[in-house]
Design a protein around this ligand. Structure first.
Ligand SMILES: [Zn+2]
Length: 281
């Protein structure tokens, strides 16, 4: 069993006024954990950086921080605003991943045929392009719901080792459902990729929720929205399938903060920290 840490909705780091940080507020919701997403709130207009890299901040002072599956290093969050400067180190907690060894497979099941390598690369590039949109939209602020309800048959971070060769970890959450089951958008967003048949992922839909946060649905039998179309939370956008390299019909839902893989199970229900009453500086 994999222990998924419960989502901490309360304030993780309510910085008390001391010294230079006198009047710089910082509240974080979510968990600093591998695969975790944090939503931060500080003073609107603040300059927010993570290890020196500038983060996009909404008009309300909200910003996103993500930790990948294999993140082990602490990151430094620094906030500069009128009235002071604040620095906070965030260390991602480790998780245990389910590792499954499968041996004795025919070689062609492990390595894709050379003829499709070019196609695989082209498709990966297309998906990367969609995931790297850096849009000011802030659809993530309203929170995320499940795209469909069902039995979870695969979790984020698990990995199979085929004939001794480690495969790419599984980055989605799999929800089993019959082909044709309707899937809804987990949050408002913009469809940035709608591809009917990719080699590995089959019917593939990417939705951008702003600030680099995106959802990807794969193995779809039908996609009901077009690239460039805005979607609303709860709107039917696709149907479950078993397209691409899938063993049976299910929805595989992935989340990314740009190239950082996020565990969707840690994001469902995650809400930004509440606006805080700020005392006079
Ligand atoms: Zn999957």
């Amino acid at each position: 069993m994999i222990r998924v840490p419960s989502i901490l909705l309360a304030c993780l780091a309510c910085v008390s006024p001391t010294g230079l940080a006198d009047s710089i507020p910082l509240h974080l919701s979510g968990e600093a954990v591998q695969g975790g997403l944090l939503i931060g709130r500080t003073r609107p207009g603040a300059d927010v950086r993570l290890d020196g890299r500038v983060l996009r901040v909404t008009d309300e002072g909200l910003f996103l921080i993500g930790f990948g599956r294999d993140a082990t290093q602490p990151v430094t969050l620094s906030i500069n605003a009128i009235g002071g400067r604040l620095e906070q180190v965030l260390s991602p907690a480790s998780r245990d991943w389910r590792i499954q060894h499968v041996d004795g497979l025919p070689a062609e099941k492990v390595t894709p045929p050379a003829a499709v390598l070019r196609r695989i690369q082209d498709e990966a590039r297309e998906v990367r392009l969609a995931r790297n949109q850096d849009d000011a939209r802030a659809d993530f602020v309203a929170g995320f719901i499940w795209p469909l309800e069902g039995r979870i048959t695969g979790v984020y971070g698990s990995q199979r080792i085929l004939n001794g060769e480690p495969r790419q970890p599984h980055y989605g959450v799999d929800v089993a459902a019959p082909t044709g089951t309707r899937v809804v958008a987990p949050a408002d967003g913009l469809a940035t990729l709608a591809h009917g048949d990719m080699y590995y992922s089959g019917g593939t839909l990417v939705m951008d929720h702003g600030h680099g946060l995106s959802s990807t649905f794969i193995h779809l039998s039908r996609i009901l929205v077009e690239e460039g179309q805005s979607v609303r939370q709860g709107e039917v956008v696709a149907e479950v399938g078993a397209t691409g390299r899938a063993t049976g019909p299910h929805l595989d839902w992935r989340m990314n903060l740009f190239e950082v893989r996020i565990d969707p199970q840690l994001v469902v229900g995650l809400k930004p920290p509440a606006p805080m009453a700020e005392g006079a500086p």
